[in-house]
Design a protein around this ligand. Structure first.
Ligand SMILES: C[S@@+](CC[C@H](N)C(=O)[O-])C[C@H]1O[C@@H](n2cnc3c(N)ncnc32)[C@H](O)[C@@H]1O
Length: 305
């Protein structure tokens, strides 16, 4: 009897030690959210909802912005280093709100804009006519995963993604396509939302869940910053910067528009603020395709070429 009690006590102790070890070594929850979007689903989503976006957002379909959205577009021009005389691609152009503004600001610029949505391509074409920038901006209906098939290769100074990159379900493919259309020395600019990270498992589970809901509501696939940066670097780009958009709090719009949109149309609406953890960060990434051939001059670093 005493022996049996002793054996039980030892087994129990081992059990506790094993459990403690399990808790200590258990991997932390990773930042990742479920997404089931495809380019076809994204196209159907914007064909269905563009009129709703136009009612709330106007012709600039971006959540992170300044109260006066034109100030944000001027900031974008400066931040992406866009200047007169350049040839650029606006990948995921919406209804050409940003492209037509950029064209009006920089009369010598040439822009190829592309959207996956037929409805946006039609409305965008009308907007370009209305704003008299048809000679500068051309809109193409097409999938930005195939930029290298849609547009001339080695020909562009900038490829910009303004809250459009996160719709991709194959981000390395988009980065590859952008690389091919850029000239040596040309730059990729991405402004987007990325999943937040927390050291607290409970918070990370909430963040992942809420990002999954955003993905489902908007046919999105919110990116992981490190995976995106890794794909950009593996492609051969040199990172110029990664930073939150440099907008001060007095001019920041505070995402009011995206809340209004969600409440008005019940798309991605937040039903309860209990247990809500803010799930995303906004970043802009600028990366350069080196001006020399990486294949022929592997020994070079761009800073000392
Ligand atoms: C949030 S809207 C941003 C629109 C625009 N950049 C703006 O600032 O108004 C996302 C845009 O990305 C486009 N998009 C998403 N996936 C795409 C794809 N695979 N190919 C081309 N465009 C795509 C959508 O059609 C939509 O125009």
């Amino acid at each position: 009897m005493i022996l049996a009690v002793l054996v039980c006590a030892i087994v129990f102790q081992f059990g506790i030690i094993a459990w403690l070890l399990f808790i200590k070594t258990k991997a932390p929850v990773k930042a990742e959210a479920i997404a089931t979007n495809t380019p076809e689903k994204v196209a159907a989503f914007y064909n269905e909802t563009t009129d709703k976006f136009l009612k709330v957002y106007g012709e600039i379909i971006q959540a992170f912005r300044t109260t006066n959205v034109e100030d944000y577009l001027k900031y974008t021009i400066e931040s992406a280093g866009i200047s007169n005389g350049m040839k650029i691609i606006d990948a995921g152009c919406g209804v050409c709100g940003p492209s037509s503004f950029i064209a009006q600001q920089l009369p010598e610029i040439k822009i190829d804009a592309c959207t996956i949505s037929e409805v946006q391509a039609k409305l965008g074409g009308e907007k370009l006519k209305e704003k008299n920038v048809e000679a500068q901006v051309k809109i193409t209906l097409g999938d930005y995963h195939k930029l290298n098939e849609l547009f001339e290769n080695n020909a562009y100074d900038r490829v910009i993604f303004l809250e459009s990159f996160g719709h991709s379900n194959n981000k390395p493919k988009v980065i590859y396509a952008a690389w091919n259309v850029l000239k040596p020395g040309g730059k990729l600019y991405i402004k987007d939302l990325f999943i937040r990270e927390s050291a607290n498992d409970w918070e990370q589970v909430r963040i992942n869940h809420i990002c999954g809901q955003i993905n489902a509501a908007y046919e999105y696939q919110i990116g992981d910053l490190y995976e995106v940066v890794s794909a950009i670097r593996k492609q051969g780009f040199i990172i110029s910067f990664i930073r939150p958009p440099q907008v001060d709090l007095t001019s920041f719009e505070h995402l009011t528009i995206s809340n209004d949109f969600q409440n008005l149309f019940n798309i991605g609406k937040i039903d309860s603020w209990d247990d809500y953890v803010f799930p995303i960060d906004f970043f802009e990434i600028l990366a350069e395709k080196p001006a020399f051939s990486l294949e022929e001059q592997k020994h070079l670093y761009h800073m000392n070429r």
